[in-house]
Design a protein around this ligand. Sequence first.
Ligand code: AMP
Ligand code: ZN
Length: 462
Amino acid sequence: MPLTLYNTMSRRKEELRPIDPRNVRMYVCGPTVYDFAHIGNARPVVVFDVLFRLLRREYGEAHVTYVRNITDVEDKINAAAKERGETIRDLTERTAKAFREDMAALGALPPTHEPRATEHIPQMIAMIATLIARGHAYEAEGHVLFQIATMKEYGRLSRRTLDEMIDGARVEVAPYKRDPGDFVLWKPSPPDLPGWESPWGRGRPGWHIECSAMSESLLGEHFDIHGGGLDLIFPHHENEIAQSLCAHEGRPFVDIWMHNGFLTVSGEKMSKSLGNFVTVHELLREWPGEVIRLALLSGHYREPLDFSAERLEQAKQMLDRFYRAIGEAAKTGTRLRHDDHEPAAVIAALTDDLNTPLALAGMHEALHALNASLQRAPEEAAEKAAMLRAGGALLGLLQQDPARWLKGEADDAAAIEDAIRRRNAARKAKDFALADRIRAELAGQGIVLEDKPGGKTEWRRA
Ligand code: AMP
Ligand code: ZN
């Protein structure tokens, strides 16, 4: 089924036509690791996780590469480390680990690659040197700046005029800038801050160049999808486009730009600076990760989503209804006649620009059908429950043991067992790349596999 996605660049829905269907490539801007992620930061993670699952279903698990970076060099990190009396390395390690655990608890699959900015400094230096050589960047007082006047299409993604952009970005007016809109590619670092030797002295990269260099390293010059929250359109993505296009002499960069809307609290964007945030870590003490995930998927990703206890309560009740019916179906003891397949309405909704509220309506229809057969034709219940679970898998929901869920002992044992079965099937089919990937994904969630003689695989928490 064709997959259509809204492209911020064209302001239209477009059919995804992968550059290489054997390797569909997506890059999503990841966290700056200085503090726990708030639930607004989790929105893009969960939204693009659904897209990752959909792409894997469409093109095969081994044919999708998903990169989500970790920004571990940035001024906010330096300030936070100083304030807490912690080394920068300790702070970024601890925060990246907490981020990984929080996102796993929300049912997000680990991306294929999670590059750290500090591991790609040579690539950033090389890209900056290319931009200088091509006349798009200049050095001034130890800084290297991108000169926006050298790029004709600057502003195409955000559709802003230069004046609007300068106002919007609250750009720093510095004496060494030729134009106030010019942005930093490299800046000097004093001895007490992280820094790397470069042709322009000891320094550190600007934020935007990190993503241009990391996407090029892991996905190549041209890839299919680039995502992030709405606030990244300008200046971050506009600047990524400027850097990558100019470094690559105008060759294509990204085919589809996708942006999620804001998670709001009483209508206002949730953010660290406004102080109206709640961390994923805190929420997980009160709610199962699956409830939080469903709450995040209950609105369309491009619309604002107002977050409230009521929304979480509704999500909890909805999951209870699903799990109750699936549990009842298991008790009928009937067997599956067909392979699992997702309800058609769920696929139709998700392939139309990731319409998760409509997909959830499709899941409700499937639930009604299951409840009807539990009453009138129990021999059909197992089939319908399997469909519901298959639809759930695409949304990252309903993979737990229903009996345990209903007892409030939510865990992911069923999902783990399922992954082990898929890995064993892959090994049997000699698809060792896929088998290794499944093992790595489980490892990312802290699950260690042990292959026993006789073909049995056991698992434990690391
Ligand atoms: P930051 O750490 O602020 O760079 O944010 C990391 C990711 O979360 C980016 O993709 C942001 O666009 C996104 N984000 C931040 N705040 C919100 C919010 N309130 N709602 C939705 N996405 C957000
Ligand atoms: Zn980025």
